[in-house]
Design a protein around this ligand. Structure first.
Ligand SMILES: Nc1ncnc2c1ncn2[C@@H]1O[C@H](COP(=O)(O)OP(=O)(O)O)[C@@H](O)[C@H]1O
Ligand SMILES: [Mg+2]
Length: 108
């Protein structure tokens, strides 16, 4: 378990439903500074939904999302979300741009 001061995002008990379909049923995870994680699951498991909720492009149900900076200061969800960059599935990539440019694209 990472030092709490090193956590950049922690998610506790996150839920999300679309109508009667419960997609996220109490998701707990955290990411510490410098860590690389892979989110694995079959089609329809809820991976994209989790990322959309984390980044605010879908509303969340219950639960808590806490963003911190590397020094441990806690940020509002809205502010934290501005620090998260998402590269969506390959159809949304621009092949003539660099990886860094693709990551930064939403900021232009
Ligand atoms: N906007 C939406 N409206 C209704 N159901 C949705 C919506 N987005 C995703 N779902 C449903 O949520 C479940 C998880 O989908 P998704 O997060 O896209 O899974 P994954 O990315 O793991 O393949 C699926 O059953 C999908 O049909
Ligand atoms: Mg997906």
């Amino acid at each position: 378990m990472a030092d709490a001061q090193q956590l950049v995002v922690s998610v506790r008990g996150l839920t999300k439903s679309y109508g009667a379909t419960a997609v996220l049923k109490g998701v707990d995870f955290s990411v510490a500074r410098g860590e690389v994680h892979a989110l694995l699951g079959g089609n329809g498991a809820g991976k994209s939904t989790l990322i959309r909720v984390l980044t605010g492009s879908a509303s969340k149900g219950d639960g808590e999302i806490v963003f911190r900076d590397p020094a441990g200061a806690v940020h509002s969800e809205a502010e934290g979300r501005r620090k998260v960059a998402v590269v969506h599935q390959e159809l949304a990539l621009l092949p003539h741009l660099t990886v860094a440019e693709n990551i930064a694209l939403p900021h232009f």
